[in-house]
Design a protein around this ligand. Structure first.
Ligand code: GLY
Length: 309
């Protein structure tokens, strides 16, 4: 089987300075190539998803791991989930602090009976595993929060994607089909930014991150919208019920458009098809089919879905 990978680094409003797309394209392109190379060398789907998430969590322009946005109280709390499509097994952490790679905790939990832990439990797990303390705060995010505080926290959230793409932001996700036809998906986020303490993101729920042996989907955008559409699980279940991935994306994004949602999703199917959809103006995604790569940075601003067989 020819391995496939698609990754995202967020979705949101139009990028005004199109020249600024260059660093985002370059960051996504490098990471998708790295993951594809490892897949071609025989890496498993789960390992490749974790590898891709590490790179995206380490890239400060994206809102996950290093570079995560701050919540209303000035703290960073991150969420991440991993789903093994073959085992149909979901694991995750919700609102964890002071770790470099939240996805690692989700990976550890794959083999345990309690598979999704929230703040206190996730912190206890990190301590038990002796995960080194890590501060994911960047100067850009701190200044952004301070500016918002000066304005009296009038924004509902930090922009999902900044108008200045040098800054960039957005949940990250990785979807993989490996050489044995196994699928896996991972999603990691710093949340919306400026949210209330305890707000739960979609990213560590099956609405934002879901897979079985037929399809796998990772979402990005406004978490409340993703939860209310139950987007990732809905697309995967439509494929399980006989829709092609392309039709499942089309139907789900038509519904989302009618419901005035603001989000995007990336997907793969077991035949090696690569798909995406968005109601937001831009979706920062890139893919590699084992031979060549592409991205979604130049899509029209309107609601769009795509599928490459
Ligand atoms: N999609 C990320 C969040 O809303 O938290």
């Amino acid at each position: 089987m020819q391995p496939k990978v698609i990754i995202h680094g967020g979705a949101g409003n139009s990028v005004q300075d199109k020249g600024g797309l260059v660093p985002v394209r370059s960051a996504l392109g490098k990471i998708v190539h790295t993951v594809s190379e490892q897949l071609l060398a025989g890496m498993s789907a789960i390992e490749a998803v974790v590898l891709g998430c590490h790179h995206l969590e380490d890239e400060p322009r994206f809102n996950a791991g290093t570079g995560s946005v701050l919540q209303a109280d000035g703290q960073i709390r991150m969420s991440a989930a991993l789903m093994d499509g073959v085992k149909q097994r979901f694991s995750g952490v919700i609102n964890v602090s002071r770790v470099q790679h939240p996805i690692d905790l989700a990976q550890f939990l794959q083999d345990h009976s309690d598979r999704t832990l929230s703040d206190y439990g996730a912190a206890e797990l990190a301590r038990e595993l002796q995960v080194p303390l890590y501060n994911p705060l960047t100067t850009t995010r701190l200044h952004e929060w301070m500016a918002e505080r000066d304005q009296g926290f009038r924004s509902a959230m930090a922009g999902v994607v900044a108008n200045n793409p040098e800054v960039g932001r957005g949940t990250i996700g990785v979807v993989v089909l490996d050489h044995e036809g196994r699928m896996a998906v991972g999603t990691s986020t710093g949340g919306k930014g400026f949210e209330r303490i305890g707000r739960v993101s979609d990213s560590a729920t099956p609405a934002g991150n879901y897979a079985n042996s037929l399809a796998a989907v990772s979402c990005t955008g406004i978490g409340e919208d993703i939860l209310e559409e139950c987007l990732a699980a809905k697309i995967v279940i439509r494929v399980s019920d006989g829709f092609s991935l392309g039709s499942a994306l089309e139907k789900s994004f038509e519904e989302a458009k009618n419901n005035q949602r603001d989000f995007g999703a990336i997907a793969l199917d077991a035949q090696g098809g690569i798909g995406w959809g968005k109601t937001s103006q831009v979706l920062f995604a890139a893919y590699h089919d084992g031979e060549k790569s592409g991205d979604t940075l130049d899509l029209p601003l309107e609601t769009t879905t795509g599928y490459i067989a």
